[in-house]
Design a protein around this ligand. Structure first.
Ligand code: SAM
Ligand code: ZN
Length: 462
């Protein structure tokens, strides 16, 4: 059982880091909880924990990973039967089931209109046969061409087929989100996906159909807890339907961290098979987890109301780290804020929030303006390094009253940023710095293709 491989969450930390930090503490508080790793480690160690985050999707992920919901065998079997029907409708190709397809994006030359291979580059710029050089964003359009298709026969065997274009129209009758990638009107994301201005445009057509039909199936279920658990599996599987997974010939289908939007050589997976695999894996994990935390009370709240138990508890609350008032004093505060501007959480979880908000406009996810309150570096939103440092220092200051020990986790990716943060903190408090090696892949490695990275662990003393 390892929570790390349940859902990709950017910047999620290796559980062993939290083990080091907790180090015998009994009550933990984590105001930047992300996907809930500190809560998971608290459960393993028999501690209580109060987690919070500004992002409603974080609360959803943490809440559904840490609560005691799992499905019985019969429900799983029934679901699988219905999912297989969706699979047949969406992925039947050439008398087989599409297993995976590799695409390369070609860019239309702004000069002569020919398609240019993404491999034809000099110093990062695309080079056309007509000798025009141009940047990707200057292309007239981007066209995905299929290069390789792997099918599964009805008897389960795999075979490769000749690449052919799948141009037939795919009709989608179920709801799917069509929101734009923007903070608010006329304020587009900092990292706009290549040629996708709307959420639905970064999906492969059959993937979008499969996802939309699966979501409709989930929405038809009565039990709210089951529904949420399946929605967690849904968002965890969603990448396989999008153009976000980079393809590399050597590594095969593995735990790849999706790119920050669509890479030029990408792979389409079979969403239904991903969903079923993830369902089995998460269900097994949740069953074991429920046993482990059977004497815990678990609270999840999206509207800032804190509840805590008399005995052992895990409580997950949506709140801005600066406003939050913990109801008691904790042994350890662990803080893993956004690492400067490396990952923009509102942008990264937006795709999920759009689905979760849904056709029914689930009120837990209706806040699409919390980006205003994020603590990170985003020049497009006029948040610079000094803003980040000041706000972080405010949070640290606040938790001085609520915890006996404070640990802050920071990246070493850009040295001068880290130095300025450290300088500011040292002006106010006594700070001890340790370095921690990363044991599991992080999104930062995935995005920048860098090798070995480490983290800084700061202990802040009053
Ligand atoms: C590096 S992630 C935490 C990852 C987490 N430790 C894990 O292992 O999954 C940083 C988190 O800080 C949250 N955040 C950003 N600004 C915040 C604020 N003002 N208040 C609370 N949380 C905030 C983001 O939503 C994001 O989930
Ligand atoms: Zn040209």
């Amino acid at each position: 059982m390892n929570i790390h491989y349940t859902i990709k969450f950017w910047g999620r930390k290796d559980p062993t880091i939290f083990e080091q930090i907790i180090n015998g503490g009994k009550k933990i508080v984590d105001p930047f909880c992300g996907a809930g790793t500190s809560g998971y480690v608290s459960g393993l160690k028999g501690c209580s924990a109060l987690l919070s985050d500004i992002n409603p999707v974080s609360i959803f992920i943490s809440g559904n990973l840490l609560n005691k919901t799992y499905l019985d065998e019969k429900t799983v079997k029934n679901l699988e039967r219905e999912l297989n029907e969706i699979q047949k409708r969406c992925y039947s190709v050439d008398s087989g089931i599409l297993q995976e397809a590799v695409y390369m994006t070609y860019y239309r030359c702004p000069n002569c209109g020919e398609l240019v291979s993404p491999m034809n580059r000099e110093n990062g710029k695309l080079v056309c046969n007509c000798s025009k050089r141009f940047a990707q964003r200057e292309a007239r359009e981007a066209v995905d061409r299929v290069r390789e298709v792997v099918l599964q026969d009805w008897n389960g065997g795999l075979r490769k087929t000749n690449p052919k274009e799948y141009t037939e129209d795919i009709l989608i009758n179920s709801w799917y989100p069509k929101r734009k990638f923007e903070y608010e009107r006329n304020k587009a994301f900092k990292n706009l996906p290549n040629f996708g201005k709307r959420v639905d445009q970064i999906f492969f057509p059959r993937g979008l159909k499969a996802a939309a039909e699966t979501y409709e199936l989930i929405e038809s279920i009565d039990d709210e807890k089951t529904k949420d658990f399946l929605k967690l599996i849904f968002i965890a599987s969603l990448y396989s339907a999008t153009k976000m997974i980079p393809y590399s010939a050597t590594s095969g289908p593995s735990w790849k961290i999706p790119r920050y939007w669509t890479p030029p050589v990408k792979v389409e997976r079979n969403f239904i098979q991903t969903f079923i695999r993830r369902l089995r894996y998460l269900n097994k994990m949740k069953k074991a987890w429920s046993e482990l935390v059977k004497d815990y009370e678990i609270f999840v709240d999206y509207f800032g109301n804190v509840e805590t138990g008399n005995d052992k508890y895990l409580s997950i609350v949506r709140s801005d780290a600066r406003d939050f008032e913990p109801p008691e004093v904790y042994d350890v505060a662990v803080m893993d804020p956004p690492h400067y501007g490396e990952i923009l959480y509102f942008e990264m979880t937006y795709l999920w929030q759009c689905w979760l908000y849904g056709k029914k406009r689930d009120k837990r996810f209706r806040d699409f303006r919390f980006w205003k309150k994020e603590i990170d570096v985003n020049l497009k939103l006029r948040r610079d390094l000094s803003y980040y440092n000041e706000e972080l220092a405010k949070v640290v200051g606040k938790y001085m009253d609520y915890s006996k020990k404070i640990f802050l986790i920071l990246h070493n990716s850009i040295g001068y940023q880290f130095k300025t943060t450290l300088k500011l903190l040292k002006e106010k408090w006594d700070v001890e710095v340790k370095t921690v090696e990363l044991k599991v892949p992080t999104s930062a490695q995935g995005i920048h293709g860098r090798k070995k990275r480490h983290l800084y662990l700061l202990e802040i003393k009053n």
